[in-house]
Ligand binder design. Sequence first.
Ligand SMILES: [Zn+2]
Length: 477
Amino acid sequence: MPYHTITFYAYAARAFMRDRLNSRSFIDAYRQSSLKSLLRHARRHNPFQRERLTQIDLDNIRLEDIPPTTKLAMMERFNETISKGAVTLDQVVATDAGPHRLELPILHGKYIVHKSSGTMGNPSWMITGIRDWAILRGSTVGRMMRDWLTLQRAATTLFNPVRTAALAAEHSHSMTWQASKSGELWAGPFTKMKFFSVVDSVERIAVGLNKYRPEYLHAYPTAAEMLARYRLEGGQIDFEPGLMSVGSEALTQMARETILKAFPKTILVDHYGMTECLPLSTQCQHGHKHLNNDYSILEPMDASGQPTRPGELSDHVLVTNLINKVQPIIRYRVEDSVRVIDEPCPCGSVLPRVEVSSRKGSRIYLRNDRSDWQLLSPPVVVDTMLRSRGVAQFQLIHAVQNELELKFIPKKGETCEAVAASITDQFISALTRLDCSKSVKLKVVPVDVFQRTEGGGKLIQMVSLVPPPPATLRSAA
Ligand SMILES: [Zn+2]
């Protein structure tokens, strides 16, 4: 059995048990000791972090003394954010050069490369050591399975592996695809993993899933909602997963209700995590997201950079990932608005709860070539843009039904014509797979600056000014 497999299962089991068996004070002590070890490692081996941590007393850590950092600050000094100079930005970027290949981007056999688009549409890179990646994934899966996996099912997995499926964007640098692919490579013999591309028609996705019959399905919330609507409207989906987890975008109350109406026996887990910190929180069967604060630290902050009061909605959050030592994420700013609630939950978990009020991206509903509704969700757009060549930033606007306007700023040294051609190619390919190539008009426009929201000055990457379809309104009522 590969070493990563043992690490994965050991941490999955620990995560599964710790939340049930250990007290709050045990978890607090575990977190403090992980934090101390992270900061010590970062100060010793990481030039970027050393500057931030020089004054910190490791025997009496006051997190608020560490200045917050941002994606931009880390990207500008990328090579210094990597411990022991393990990889360089040139090596990292080279993993994305040439034709897209669907294989795990692993450098020097030890470091996995993640790429994300971020709120502002600037692609950015992140590195995780393979062992840390196995820990992060194991811990995340352990928490997700908390309400579903029984002793009996666990005992029979060797003869009857858990059939797991992921429905997401198929891109070698996307974390969901990577999690699925590494599961395929390393999660045996107790688990079987199969990936389904979300950029496909719902009929074809349903056929594939019916054949595989997953016991555990992970999907974008919008993709899970699409499957649920398909089933409610009489489409053939003749399996019901015991466990369904959703993540990468917000799960609305309406989507939750639709999914549970279509799959009444399924345990639905909404996973709030991010590329920078995979196991940030996991939802329990009472619909509450519990912060996995043995693997991460989430600090809700107000607009002036002060911690919010308990129960108050934050302007942004600061995230610390206690596992990743190759590229430490310490008090890293993310533009999510959340509220932390420290009240007991009927599920019995000792972990505090978090409510997520807003995340990046909105939904665009298109009429497909047969006039049925088709969702164009944020991860699909992001995936399409990550495949396009030479894009520095983008914004997608849906102002008239089925007319998309894609605004972009090209990277330095790229011509607008070449970038526009690449975006057009990628969009046509995505729209074709969604059966929308004839019904949707696409305009690709180079711009110098984007229009930003008032106040916060945020760039909203996907703007839909068209009302949602009537079916959505019906189920919201
Ligand atoms: Zn709970």
